[in-house]
Design a protein around this ligand. Structure first.
Ligand code: C2E
Ligand code: MG
Ligand code: MG
Ligand code: MG
Length: 285
């Protein structure tokens, strides 16, 4: 009877759910050792000034090189990092790596070089977490806040609590700029663009994908660009994959483009080499 009862207990769970839960637990444990070891890698993707082709900005994108599974996407492990609290250490690691690289690029490539970092809503809103640690690290490294852009998403501003507002002010006081990521996928309430001090607006890839002459996505993108400029924001288009998309965006007045047409996210060392050859090319012209 005991044997039967034992077997019955499992019938409350479907095997698929069990497997998924177990998988998450294993992956979370692996992530814990990944943070301690050297399995996290920082990649950088250039953000290209459309008019001149210059690269003076890059987005830092996190990768996890899992010993058995290979590269795990941030879309898969960031949620685990959030639910386990590991996101705090991970975010700090990304920040520390980024300031080392941006410091080099500001001295060797261009004095205004900027690196943008993603902050997930949970990461941004975490209790007790403050950006003071970052600001102190910047001061110690002698890197101005202007070297860093923080990418947040619309949802954060929609239910802007005092905590969110205070943190945004804290970043701004430290000279750090703010970009609104994935614009157009959330609630896209325009009022908060005025209410908060935002520097960049990133048009989501889903609008860029279907850009064609006379398309409704082109009309939408044009309207977003005009509006953003009137409010003093610069516009970055995500997911630019074709010359046609780039040309339509440039004609619409979009300031910057990011996407596979220019480059995929590259390991930091490769991106460093790309920047140096790019800089050499520009000064040789
Ligand atoms: P995101 O911030 O919107 O980043 C842009 C994503 O689009 C990246 O995916 C990038 O590799 C991809 N992408 C860039 N150009 C193209 C293109 O031309 N075509 C297509 N199809 N995709 C393109 P990735 O690197 O997989 O990152 C996914 C998301 O994970 C990011 O979306 C961001 O929300 C999050 N993420 C990445 N790194 C971090 C991090 O360090 N911290 C946090 N909190 N989130 C991160
Ligand atoms: Mg981003
Ligand atoms: Mg984005
Ligand atoms: Mg996006």
């Amino acid at each position: 009877a005991a044997k039967g009862a034992g077997r019955n207990r499992f019938s409350y769970f479907t095997p698929a759910l069990q497997v998924a839960a177990l998988n998450r637990m294993r992956l979370t444990n692996d992530l814990r050792s990944a943070v301690k070891g050297d399995q996290l890698k920082l990649y950088f993707q250039p953000i290209v000034h459309l008019e001149t082709g210059r690269i003076r900005k890059a987005e830092a994108l996190l990768r996890w090189q899992h010993p058995q599974r290979g590269l795990v996407s941030p879309l898969e492990f960031i949620p685990l990092a959030e639910s386990s609290g590991l996101i705090v250490d991970i975010g700090q690691w990304v920040f520390n790596e980024s300031i080392q690289w941006v410091q080099r690029w500001r001295s060797d490539v261009h004095p205004d070089f900027q690196v943008s970092l993603n902050q997930s809503p949970v990461e941004f809103q975490r209790e007790g977490g403050s950006y003071e640690v970052w600001l102190r690290a910047l001061r110690q490294a002698g890197v101005p806040g202007q070297a860093i852009v923080v990418e947040i998403t619309e949802g954060l501003l929609l239910d802007a609590s005092k905590m969110v507002t205070d943190k945004l002010l804290q970043l701004r006081d430290g000279g750090i700029q703010v970009a609104l990521d994935d614009f157009g996928t959330g609630y896209s309430s325009l009022s908060y663009l005025n209410k908060f001090d935002i520097d960049y607006l990133k048009i989501d890839r889903s609008f860029v994908r279907n850009l064609a002459p006379d398309s409704s996505d082109l009309a939408l993108s044009e309207a977003i660009i005009v509006m953003a400029h009137k409010l003093g924001l610069h516009v970055i288009a995500e997911g630019v994959e074709t010359p046609q998309q780039r040309d339509l965006l440039a004609a619409a007045g979009c300031d910057y483009g990011q996407g596979y047409l220019f480059d995929k996210p590259l390991p930091a060392e490769e991106f460093d080499a790309l920047l140096r050859s790019h800089a050499a090319m520009l000064t040789a012209e």
